[in-house]
Design a protein around this ligand. Structure first.
Ligand SMILES: Nc1ncnc2c1ncn2[C@@H]1O[C@H](COP(=O)(O)OP(=O)(O)OP(=O)(O)O)[C@@H](O)[C@H]1O
Length: 272
């Protein structure tokens, strides 16, 4: 059996909110294998983003353990942490907040290459150009400010920056949720293609079951800080056992209705 890339056990994290304590993570355990996509779904406020932040060490857990690439991830510090951080990248819903707003598209990617010493200085521009092309962006965007491109283009830059450092795991937190349906579809295809090429693992977090189903090998369902069911994507959806998943499945036909116009356009294209 393949060694898991990431194993989280019994993660706990609470927050004080309006005089009471909210258990955002109430004993969450999960594992992700190399080359695997674990989809994480759940309603608003169930703890998905807190989990992403705890896994990436943006927020410290109050209990539990995380093994990443065989190391005790929460105990790593100094140079070993910096080296390991390269292998766990994160893409957020709104990458603008995660970029230096004055940076250019090429600059954002070249910076990632520099920080993690991926290529010598002389080769950085060429490698940035290769990555810009790999995520389907025109080379003409290289010198553009990150503020002056569309949300879909920016999300591609965020993905290019994440993959620039050849990570083993990318955590995508609502990374395609704000995009329109056709851009979203192309970015999902890009992610799946990159996974086939590189064997990167993904934790794909979304409140949108249809999107999660399209990319995930396994699905975990979260409610009130706990994982309430988990298993192979097709099996979990075919036989949901939790109320939250039953509700999410019930919401999918509405989404199919939104996607349908694009599919009929595709059929028209095929007819030419
Ligand atoms: N920094 C914080 N301070 C106080 N409460 C917080 C903080 N971060 C999260 N919470 C609370 O923890 C719970 C889980 O929040 P979290 O953002 O992880 O959920 P989520 O599933 O990502 O929600 P959404 O899909 O709406 O983004 C919520 O009740 C939230 O209000």
């Amino acid at each position: 059996m393949t060694e898991p890339l990431l194993v989280a056990r019994d993660l706990r994290r609470g927050f004080a909110s309006g005089g009471r304590r909210v258990a955002a993570l109430d004993g969450v355990s999960l594992a992700i294998a190399p080359g695997e996509t674990l989809g994480l779904v759940g309603g608003s406020g169930c703890g998905k983003s807190t989990l992403a932040r705890v896994l990436t060490r943006l927020v410290a857990p109050e209990g539990g353990s995380i093994a990443f690439m065989g190391d005790d991830w929460l105990a790593l510090g100094g140079g070993r942490l910096r080296a390991a951080r390269r292998h766990m990248q994160m893409v957020f819903q709104d990458p603008l907040a995660a970029f230096n707003p004055r940076a250019t598209v090429g600059g954002v990617i070249a910076d990632a290459l520099r920080i993690h010493a991926m290529v010598p200085k002389a080769g950085r521009a060429a490698e940035a150009a290769r990555l810009i092309d790999r995520v389907g962006l025109p080379s003409g965007l290289t010198g553009r400010s990150i503020r002056d491109i569309s949300g879909g283009q920016r999300q591609r830059v965020a993905i290019a920056r994440a993959i620039a450092v050849r990570p083993r795991l990318v955590i995508l937190d609502e990374a395609v949720s704000a995009l329109d349906v056709s851009v979203r579809g192309r970015i999902l295809e890009l992610l799946v293609g990159l996974q086939r090429e590189t064997g990167v693992g993904y934790l794909f977090i979304s409140h949108d079951l249809a999107v999660v189903r399209a990319v995930s090998h396994r699905i975990a369902v979260m409610a009130a800080g706990r994982i309430v069911e988990e298993g192979p994507a097709a099996g979990v959806i075919a036989a949901p056992s939790s109320d939250v998943l039953i509700d999410l499945i019930g919401a999918v036909p509405r989404l199919t209705g939104i996607i349908r116009p694009e599919r009929s356009e595709d059929r028209q294209d095929d007819a030419y």
